[in-house]
Design a protein around this ligand. Sequence first.
Ligand SMILES: NC(=O)C1=CN([C@@H]2O[C@H](COP(=O)(O)OP(=O)(O)OC[C@H]3O[C@@H](n4cnc5c(N)ncnc54)[C@H](O)[C@@H]3O)[C@@H](O)[C@H]2O)C=CC1
Ligand SMILES: C[C@H](CCCC(C)(C)O)[C@H]1CC[C@H]2[C@@H]3[C@H](O)CC4=CC(=O)CC[C@]4(C)[C@H]3CC[C@]12C
Length: 380
Amino acid sequence: MTVGSGQVYVVTGGCGFLGSHLVRMLLEHEKNISEIRVFDLHLDESLRTLSNDRVKVRLISGDISRLEDVREALRGSHLVIHTASLVDVWGRVPASKITEVNVTGTMNVLQACKEEEVQYLVYTSSMEVVGPNIHGDHFYRGNEDTEYRIYHKEPYPLSKAKAEKLVLEANGAKIKGGKLLYTCSLRPTGIYGEGHELMKQFHRQGLRTGRCVFRAIPPAIEHGRVYVGNVAWMHLLAARQLQIHPSTLGGQVYFCYDSSPYKSYEDFNMEFLSACGFKIIGSRPLVPYFLLYLLALLNALMQWLLHGFFTYAPILNPYTLAVASTTFTVQTDKAEKHFGYQPLYAWEEAKKRTITWVKSLEVSRKDLKDVGEKGNYCCN
Ligand SMILES: NC(=O)C1=CN([C@@H]2O[C@H](COP(=O)(O)OP(=O)(O)OC[C@H]3O[C@@H](n4cnc5c(N)ncnc54)[C@H](O)[C@@H]3O)[C@@H](O)[C@H]2O)C=CC1
Ligand SMILES: C[C@H](CCCC(C)(C)O)[C@H]1CC[C@H]2[C@@H]3[C@H](O)CC4=CC(=O)CC[C@]4(C)[C@H]3CC[C@]12C
């Protein structure tokens, strides 16, 4: 295999949902690179096979919260896309662990950039650094400059906000050798697409309830969603343009957006699940909000009581209920203006790809059924 003398990119969290799409996107669309280093705690060996005669995909097993691991991975590289994170709003992992990975991990990436002379860093942030807040203030078609009461209490959004602040403050810092570090931050709304773990969970849950989804959130509450391929594409463009126009992109934040429709979280999921015969029951929530809130509180209480015995972490808790019940949608063209971003995938294509993947979940479950699992499967 002959590998050229292009740039070396490091993708932290490169084996995750977004990270693995990003690695494939870089391989297909970024002609200027000769090596992609995929840094992750848990390696996905299948990515290794993506190496071709132009680009080598190197898998590096490491822990972002260990500076030495990060330094080694960054040595001799040109640019880092830092997506590694613990994404947990359910209390599956202790808050201290979330901080260690998301905040200390990001400090390590910054430190390693400085020590290993890496000039460019693109950080994957989240809409959660802005909101929704616990006061239930709606963020309707907002942009990067929209004023909003930002209030963080939960470990995940708190950690993403701290990490983003560190990343932005580091823009323009001197690195070893005297050059400057340039950083920018991308804030996806709820990402969906092939490999989305939460969609798998909703699919499994729907099978258990006879392909019925019981409406819990009013349909008028809109939740911003963005296709994973477009989020990856935006990272690629930001990485490219950060090097060409560092003074424009450096220190900036960009919401990730595309042409996915504004809908409630449940109605949006139905765009895919309905292709597998799922039905949403009720045009309004079947359970009054206060009951749902009580249930969410009960779940939180159970989590607290069972703590130490096992991890009780259901999807519904007061925080996820608040997020799902508060409108958060973005409408902006900052990324287009600053680095020419336009979605690579139109909504129809993103939907088609996601439906194909959701249907493939049915096939794999059907295989299970054929070897003895109970169930009722059909898909149109
Ligand atoms: N999933 C979503 O809807 C959204 C995600 N984001 C952000 O996008 C990024 C990617 O998220 P997803 O792909 O959904 O998550 P994911 O959990 O699929 O991927 C994260 C990756 O980070 C790796 N990782 C975790 N701890 C690590 C450690 N100590 N050292 C090295 N690697 C470690 C994981 O193994 C995983 O492969 C994250 O930064 C997340 O905060 C932002 C907005 C929405
Ligand atoms: C789990 C929530 C849906 C619960 C529906 C109910 C109440 C009927 O059971 C999800 C609703 C909104 C999601 C979050 C949102 O998309 C923003 C996010 C950004 C991130 O950076 C990480 C993931 C998440 C927090 C995402 C998590 C699931 C929801 C809370």
